[in-house]
Design a binder for this molecule. Structure first.
Ligand code: CAO
Length: 416
């Protein structure tokens, strides 16, 4: 089959990470994604964190593959007229400017809807409409802090901590993607477009569901028995930071393996699965724990967890993280090695399945990017390079009916 979104036209009026990530995946699914960028400047990520002078940064290329690029000054009257034509012809438009920027440009949702009632308009902001913070500009870590992730991440004796995963940025883009796909299916039934608003705070909160669960439990009973603070530590009124504790009903921890003194990632994540306790005890050389009343049940183990983990670390001391996992997997212990980005970069499986893809671009040469995480039985997205700034400007303008002379004038007037 062809790609599922073939024929869908997307106006990508986004920058930085959240909006571009959403539109990139629409492109991978087959949509024709046209990125609209400021003439001469483009998406700020083109020049942020450059590794090669004068070339578009990886920050840009890894979020804007499979797209086309049009430069357009949407604050000029000619630029606005061109944007209106593009809106009339598009199925989806996505933006993630600072609050109020679209309105100031003259493109309110009402105006966009009037121009093209079938258009689905995706909009990302840091906070939802009506929020007391709705006027704030927001980047990744602000969202992690306001969505509940930072206050619940890290260790109890340290400050709120942000994750290395882009919970605020790419995650918001993925949430918007889901909303846009739902709206596209809705349009099949009603013929009508709609606005899909996505706040970064909401996207983070949606991933912090279990922490709200814990908050309500804490409100009811005053303690959380799966947290390291139980039973000896003190609980305050809010969910504490639990270090590396397992978030569900199965206790777990990050444990040292052979070489941890020199390798910051010589660790595994080890989970004590209640129904697998007997086999776990045998695997770690403590078969007696399976029948010892002090260890035999989850409740009995609760106050001894860190002693148990310390014993398992003794068992792990002469095993690399890979050797440990190879032993533990035979006993069905839920576990995995802590992988560094270097190991992920070189992982043959992740390359083979397309989760990490090598792209070859004319100017940059070969580089890696994260490929499509969903695997489909009928198609596999083919990931190409990212467009140069304004690479497709003239093509787009001529497809809108502009003559060569008119296009040259738009260039000289810095409209495009
Ligand atoms: N032609 C003319 N003007 C353009 C333009 C174009 N093609 N594209 C953008 N602009 C203008 C905007 O209209 C805006 O002008 P005004 O301030 O005069 O209204 C100006 O450029 C700057 O827009 P911006 O939104 O990019 O502002 P910024 O760089 O100051 O802020 C950010 C960036 C990300 C903090 C802000 O956009 C934001 O909070 N966005 C919402 C949340 C979000 O997506 N955050 C980023 C997540 S990914 O890290």
């Amino acid at each position: 089959m062809g790609l599922p979104l073939e024929g869908i036209k997307v106006l990508d009026f986004t920058g930085v990470q959240a909006g571009p990530a959403c539109c990139q995946m629409l492109a991978w699914f087959g949509a024709d994604v046209l990125k609209v960028e400021r003439p001469g400047v483009g998406d700020v990520t083109r020049s942020q964190l450059r590794d090669i002078p004068d070339l578009d940064a990886l920050y840009f290329t890894m979020l804007n593959s499979n797209k086309r690029s049009l430069t357009l000054n949407t604050k000029t009257s000619e630029g606005k007229a061109i944007l209106e034509k593009l809106i009339c012809d598009a199925d989806v438009m996505v933006e993630n400017f600072a609050p109020g920027a679209m309105d100031r440009m003259g493109f309110t949702w009402e105006r966009i809807h009037e121009l093209n009632p079938r258009l689905i308009f995706g909009s990302i902001k840091g906070f939802g409409e009506g929020s007391p913070y709705a006027d704030l500009k927001v980047y990744e870590n602000v969202a992690q802090c306001t969505g509940g992730a930072a206050s619940t991440t890290g260790f109890w004796d340290g400050p709120p901590t942000v994750s290395g995963a882009a919970l605020g940025d790419s995650n918001t883009g993925m949430h918007l993607l889901i909303g846009i796909l739902a709206a596209l299916i809705g349009r099949e039934k009603t013929g009508k477009g709609q606005k899909v608003s996505m706040s970064m705070q909401d996207a983070v909160l949606n991933l912090c569901r279990v922490k709200l669960r814990d908050q309500e439990r804490l409100d009811h009973v005053g303690y959380l028995e799966e947290y390291p603070q139980y039973p000896n530590g003190k609980f305050d009124e809010a969910v504490p930071r639990g270090g590396n504790a397992g978030g569900g009903g199965q206790p777990g921890w990050v444990l040292k393996c052979k070489g941890w003194q020199n390798d910051p990632n010589a660790y595994i994540y080890f989970t004590i699965q209640e129904q697998n306790w007997k086999r776990t005890c045998e695997a770690i050389g403590k078969p007696q724990w399976a029948s010892d009343p002090a260890y035999a049940t989850a409740r009995a183990r609760q106050s001894r967890l860190f002693g148990i983990f310390a014993e398992i670390e003794k068992w792990l001391a002469d095993k690399t993280k890979y050797e440990a996992v190879d032993i533990l997997r035979k006993s069905e212990v839920p576990c995995g090695p802590v992988l560094s980005m270097k190991e992920i970069e070189n992982d043959p499986y992740l390359r083979a399945c397309g989760s990490i893809v090598e792209v070859d671009e004319e100017k940059r040469g070969k580089y890696l990017t994260v490929g499509c995480p969903m695997k489909f039985s009928d198609f596999k997205p083919h990931i190409t390079g990212a467009p140069l700034l304004g690479e497709h400007t003239d093509d787009v303008l001529s497809s809108l009916g502009y003559s060569k002379d008119q296009i040259a004038k738009l260039h000289s007037n810095k409209v495009v």
